[in-house]
Design a protein around this ligand. Structure first.
Ligand code: A3P
Length: 290
């Protein structure tokens, strides 16, 4: 039988669902208590919003566009995951300034961050594309339950009945930090439309000056094609019991608007209705707002 508090391999922590493989209440408590340094840079997202893309960009900026680090060290070591015990151990030992990745909702984030000068980069993506990306991911990522039909999964997603909880709550929660000087929000769609301009803005936020050649190198090495070829970034080194790449690639399509190939007009309107309700009064506009 599953341990107390677990069902189908999932457990609840702070009202959020987590898979029991890789994650644990002890790990999440340790993440809350994580000692933050002022020079830490956190790469935060709701899952499937471009986390590993942003990590690649930040890794390359850190190295002035030199791709050697990205080509020799797996991304989960370059920007360890805050919410797993293994990731935390890696983060503690990482050379500073550290890059740390996280999907945690703001209320489960390290308490020390809020009184630090550490920086958060929050990447947000059209939630319909997040849904479709997550649907495919749930079929290859072993800690997650099989998503069933897209129709069923759509309902679970809209209700927030998925690992890491509701997209709406996640985004609303993190948007509460807007206006702080150590918080930077960017969308997957902006990265898509103008990667070079996005990298320049990221450099300003990070206080980094890169030459034109270095910027070119960041853009070239963070492309979908370059990342798909890079074994340190395409997860081909990930063990099979975590990620089953025989069922599909992690770097799947890398486009905006793939939801149009998956959602029926009815499903899309249903999504829009929930979206309007759940995002009402936030005071932030996104390019995909219905
Ligand atoms: P798709 O499944 O739509 O292809 P995360 O890293 O948060 O799990 O997000 C994964 C999504 O980001 C996947 O979306 C993946 O293909 C996309 N992605 C990763 N690197 C990318 C890149 N360089 N350019 C465009 N999309 C990228």
């Amino acid at each position: 039988p599953p341990p107390p508090g677990m069902s189908h391999g999932y457990f609840q922590h702070g009202g959020i669902t987590f898979p029991g493989l890789l994650y644990s209440p002890r790990g999440l408590e340790a993440a809350r208590d994580f000692p933050v340094h002022d020079d830490d840079v956190f790469n935060v997202t709701y899952q499937k919003s471009g986390t590993v893309w942003m990590l690649e960009i930040l890794s390359l900026i850190r190295c002035d566009g030199d791709p050697r680090w990205c080509r020799s060290v797996p991304n989960w070591e370059r920007g360890p995951w805050l919410e797993t015990l293994l990731g935390l151990r890696r983060a503690r030992g990482a050379p500073r300034p550290r890059l740390i990745s996280s999907h945690l909702p703001v209320q489960l984030f390290p308490t020390a961050f809020f009184s630090s000068k550490a920086k958060v980069i929050y990447t947000v993506r059209n939630p319909k594309d997040v849904l479709v990306s997550l649907y495919h991911f749930a079929r290859i990522f072993r800690p997650y339950k099989d998503p069933g039909s897209l129709e069923q999964f759509l309902e679970q997603f809209l209700q927030g009945d998925v690992p890491f909880g509701s997209w709406f709550d996640h985004v609303r929660g993190w948007m509460g930090l807007r206006g702080r000087e150590n918080f930077f929000c960017i969308s997957y769609e902006e990265l898509q439309q103008d990667l070079r301009g996005s990298v320049e803005r990221l450099c300003v936020f990070l206080g980094r000056r890169l030459s034109a050649a270095a910027l070119d190198a960041v853009v070239a090495n963070a492309s979908f094609a370059a990342m798909s070829r890079n074994r340190m970034s395409n997860f081909s080194l990930s063990p099979l019991f975590i990620l089953d790449l025989r069922r599909g690639p992690f770097l799947r399509k890398g486009i905006s608007g793939d939801w149009k190939n998956h959602l029926t007009p009815e499903q899309s309107s249903r999504f829009d209705r929930v979206y309007r309700e759940r995002m009402a009064g936030l005071g932030v506009t996104f390019p995909w707002d219905p």
